[in-house]
Design a protein around this ligand. Structure first.
Ligand code: NAD
Length: 248
């Protein structure tokens, strides 16, 4: 699809990669409906980008957002399923001093699954339903997974969600084929955004030491992959890992 033909929803668009994707799409002439739980920060996006508060962990919010996006853009034929959060921690950990055994909290599990898995999946469900109801084709859904989809210490909740999103591109490519809708994903490595800026310096240095490209990625590195996913009509049911060669 040509970028200028897109009427596309971007979730988590207030900062980081989502904001970068929204700007690049807008520059390329696409119509963009930007959603984020942080609606104050959405105000900083360029004029001409449609914007509205969206909490992807709320089914009602998703339904209302997709209806609004369709009305605002005169249809919808794309989704960048980008909103995501971290609540890192070991599943089971023993305190070195006290010997106390601690478990990942149910809240940390449920919060990450609610946003990164249930929320992301319902965004696909409702956006694709809107495309199908309107007879809109072709269409494309790009989910932002993570290199953590291959497994990563301290991220059971996050890995579970990101691995499921990656696996489901195959499911969705097959299910949506008759509607002319492609489903793909991009799995970034460590990218410079507010999400990673909060990391402790030691953990960050250790990760960068394992990147053959020798640096943290930039949102533009991931945009290049997202752009390919949007433009290449023969790319379907697959995930692109964009991680500088990082081994976790
Ligand atoms: N930065 C990285 O190194 C990295 C690596 C791999 C994957 N990712 C994934 O890329 C995506 C973007 O990450 P980022 O680094 O730009 O993060 P970020 O924290 O900078 O931005 C994420 C955005 O999502 C929004 N958001 C959070 N919860 C939401 C909700 N319930 N509903 C709607 N919006 C919500 C936040 O307000 C924020 O604007 C995420 O899915 C993340 O898991 C990031």
């Amino acid at each position: 699809m040509q970028l200028s033909s897109l009427k596309i929803i971007v979730t988590g668009a207030a900062q980081g990669m989502g904001a970068h994707f929204a700007r690049r799409l807008h520059e390329a002439g696409a119509q963009v409906a930007a959603g984020d739980i942080n609606d104050a920060a959405l105000a900083e996006l360029p004029a001409g980008i449609h914007r509205r508060k969206l909490d992807v962990s709320s089914e009602d919010d998703i339904g209302a957002f997709v209806t609004w996006a369709k009305e605002s853009m005169g249809g919808v034929n794309g989704l960048i399923n980008n909103a995501g959060i971290l609540r890192d921690g070991l599943l089971v950990k023993k305190d070195k001093v006290t010997g106390e055994v601690k478990k990942m909290s149910t809240a940390d599990w449920n919060t990450v699954i609610g946003v990164n898995l249930t929320g992301a999946t319902f965004m696909v469900r409702d956006t694709v339903a809107a495309m199908v109801e309107a007879g809109e084709r072709p269409g494309v859904v790009v989910s932002i997974s993570s290199i953590a989809r291959h497994g990563n210490r301290g991220q059971t909740n996050y890995v579970s969600a990101k691995a499921a999103l990656a696996a489901n591109v195959v499911t969705w490519a097959r299910e949506f084929a008759s509607f002319g809708i492609r489903a793909v994903a991009v799995a970034p490595g460590m990218i410079e955004t507010p999400m990673t800026r909060g990391m402790n310096q030691k953990a960050r240095d250790a990760l960068v030491a394992n990147v053959p490209c020798g640096r943290v990625g930039e949102p533009e590195d991931i945009w290049q992959a997202v752009k390919f996913c949007l433009e290449c009509d023969y790319f379907n049911g697959r995930v692109v890992d964009v991680d500088g060669g990082l081994s976790m």
